[in-house]
Design a protein around this ligand. Structure first.
Ligand code: CMC
Length: 372
């Protein structure tokens, strides 16, 4: 199936209307996050994302999503420690990652490994709120480790244990690259994680909630979410953005490249959104990060400048703004992450939102079962 398909076109038969893509359908009540598409705002637990970005850490926002408010200093320290302590993976799971075919997509490995983790979780069959909160923390801790381990396994490098003295963002970069990251890289990774942590009733969160609504366990719900995030219309867009950037040699080629895409009816990856009618507020922060990371670049190709030109052209020709996935691509590139891993980094952050939504679904559940 082509990646460029789909037209809206609701179908009305008598009194029944099929809302294609459930556009505008309110499917759940949540106080975890709110996307204000008209004003281009995002709120996590009532906090505007612009007030969180650059001020809080990803770990503080993960705590916010799970516990309902930002942590005190002591609560933040405890949560960070608790999470870092849960980052190690069972050795059998690491072995499983080692025997995965080297060409398999990291998102497919991540989905399989997370699914397998349920078999090793001591509380797999306990669906009580307290147990589910502990499982949420374990998954928030383990997904970054899976991503980093897989990166090193693919390069035939030995896997690294997390460093208990550094935060999650620093640990991800450290466990991937094998050296302590620079401060500006830690800040950029931390902000990227913070910005991706939750986003209303997006497709993967909805998938997680549908699975949770059957009283299936948390690992099952997260596995559904990872499968859904992979698609190029959702989190998989960030990887496609980098593929596009690599096809464009310099800023002067951008207009012709985009014109050709639009003439063929293709979608420019990292642009457009179902809910936002204005700029995705997360793009503003990622654009800044990207610009900062490429400022002193000695590389022969400045991906930030090309991205910025694409943004101007797409806005002028289609009136469409970049979404979170657009500048996430160049930020991750600058942090040394290969493009096939971009969506796994998205998952390493969104796990905090998914688990918060799964807990909320369990707490006030009714089977999600629409008609057709
Ligand atoms: N490039 C070119 N045209 C676009 C794009 C795009 N990226 N996005 C929307 N359009 C056009 C589309 O062709 C259609 O035009 P027309 O009515 O003339 O046919 C119109 O805008 C409406 O499109 P739609 O498909 O009905 O809108 P939607 O709400 O179903 O799609 C979307 C939302 C995100 C799937 C879409 O904008 C898209 O395919 N974007 C590219 C993929 C992407 O970046 N996905 C990441 C989404 S946000 C972050 C995340 O969840 O990971």
């Amino acid at each position: 199936m082509s990646e460029n398909f789909e037209k809206t076109g609701n179908i009305k038969t008598g009194d029944t209307e099929v809302i294609r893509g459930l556009e505008g359908v309110v499917a759940a009540e949540t106080d975890i996050s709110y996307v204000d598409g008209v004003n281009g705002d995002l709120y996590d637990k009532g906090y505007n994302i612009h007030d969180l970005a650059g001020v809080c850490t990803y770990m503080e926002v993960a705590y916010l999503l799970l516990h309902g408010d930002l942590p005190t200093k002591a609560e933040g320290r405890t949560f960070r420690q608790q999470t870092i302590n849960e980052m190690r993976l069972p050795s059998q799971v690491v072995k499983m990652m080692e025997i995965m075919p080297p060409h398999s997509h990291p998102m497919d490995v991540l989905r399989t490994v997370v699914s397998s983790l349920s078999n090793f979780d001591p509380e797999c069959d306990d669906n009580s709120p307290a147990s589910n909160k502990r499982k949420a923390i374990r998954l928030i801790a383990q997904i970054p480790t899976i991503v980093a381990h897989l990166y090193r396994i693919r390069r035939r490098e030995s896997i690294l244990s997390p460093d208990p003295h550094i935060n999650m963002a620093a640990n991800i970069l450290y466990m991937i690259n094998g050296k302590m990251p620079a401060e500006d890289h830690i800040r950029a990774m931390d902000q990227l994680l913070l910005l991706h942590a939750d986003h209303g009733m997006n497709a993967s969160t909805f998938a997680a909630r549908v699975t949770a609504s059957t009283h299936a366990d948390m690992h099952a719900a997260v596995t559904s979410a990872i499968g859904t995030l992979k698609g190029p219309l959702h989190g998989g867009a960030n990887e496609r953005v980098m593929k596009m950037l690599k096809e464009i040699n310099n800023v002067d080629e951008v207009e012709e490249y985009i014109d050709s895409m639009l003439a063929q009816g293709l979608r420019v990856m990292g642009f457009g959104h179902r809910v936002y009618k204005k700029e995705d507020p997360r793009a503003r922060h990622l654009r800044k990060s990207s610009e900062m990371l490429f400022k002193d670049t000695s590389a022969d190709k400045n991906f930030f400048s090309i991205s910025h030109r694409i943004e101007d052209i797409v806005l002028a020709k289609k009136g469409i703004y970049p979404n979170v996935d657009f500048y996430s691509a160049t930020v991750q590139h600058a942090l040394g992450i290969p493009e096939e891993f971009y969506t796994t980094i998205f998952a390493a952050s969104r796990i905090s939102g998914w688990t918060a939504h799964i807990l909320e679904q369990y707490a006030n559940n009714r089977l999600i079962r629409p008609t057709s």
